[in-house]
Write a protein that binds this ligand. Structure first.
Ligand SMILES: [Mg+2]
Length: 226
């Protein structure tokens, strides 16, 4: 029934928190090489709260993803009392490290392999920097499964903006009813794609699976009905 599958990256194919932690550790080490592990852990919690809140606000249209990428390093550095001159080095070190982070979600590679073998066209659909997301998929050994990658900062709109999905469909020369969107965010992936006329599968990573929305709780379940 579907010709193609659009798949979110963070917390759908790649584990967000371990990747974030790894990039954070690398960035903190550039600022304070001798940072103690417990202190680093405490600072990571601060960082994760700040970035989480800003990304959540972006989901609801308060900032663009591009703005959040500038806001969270600045707010984090100010909050922990480091000098403002630390913002750029932290941001650059984080991004450099982020582009190499690639902890796979359980079953991700097998699912992509199966879907390709079944003839589906696969596209990544993510809110972030295009070059960094492609680099991460490459490090994870899964970039080659994708015919193309639709990443918000290349596309010009962030999920759940309907224009993100419309532009992705235009580039792939697909109609909404030919595509299934899979992702772990109810707001950006599911409601956004549905607004664009696409069917969806919600990957519920934590909490109680919702009713009335097609949901999986393990990535491998995706291939059962496709
Ligand atoms: Mg996600």
């Amino acid at each position: 029934m579907y010709k193609a599958i659009f798949i979110d990256i963070d917390d759908t194919l790649l584990e967000y928190i371990p990747c974030c932690r790894e990039a954070f550790d690398a960035a903190m080490r550039t600022l304070t090489p001798s940072l103690e592990e417990r202190e680093e852990e405490r600072l990571f919690a601060v960082f994760f709260d700040i970035s989480g809140r800003l990304f959540s606000e972006a989901k609801h249209g308060k900032h663009t993803i591009a703005e959040v990428m500038e806001l969270y390093p600045a707010e984090f550095i100010a909050t922990i009392g480091y000098p403002e001159s630390a913002v750029e080095p932290f941001k650059l070190a984080f991004r450099t490290a982020w582009g190499k982070t690639h902890a796979l979600v359980d079953g991700a590679k097998e699912v992509l392999e199966t879907l390709r073998a079944k003839g589906y066209r696969l596209f990544a659909a993510s809110n972030s920097f295009g070059h960094l997301q492609r680099s991460r998929l490459e490090y994870a050994g899964i970039l080659h499964y994708f015919e193309d990658t639709y990443i918000s900062m290349d596309i010009g709109y962030d999920k759940p903006d309907i224009r993100f999905f419309q532009e992705a469909l235009r580039r792939a020369a697909l109609r909404p009813n030919e595509v299934l969107m899979v992702g772990d965010s109810m707001t950006t992936d599911i409601l956004g794609a549905q607004a664009a006329g696409m069917d969806t599968v919600f990957f519920c990573r934590r909490g109680v699976p919702p009713e009335n929305i097609k949901t999986i709780t393990a990535l491998r379940e995706l291939t059962n009905e496709l």
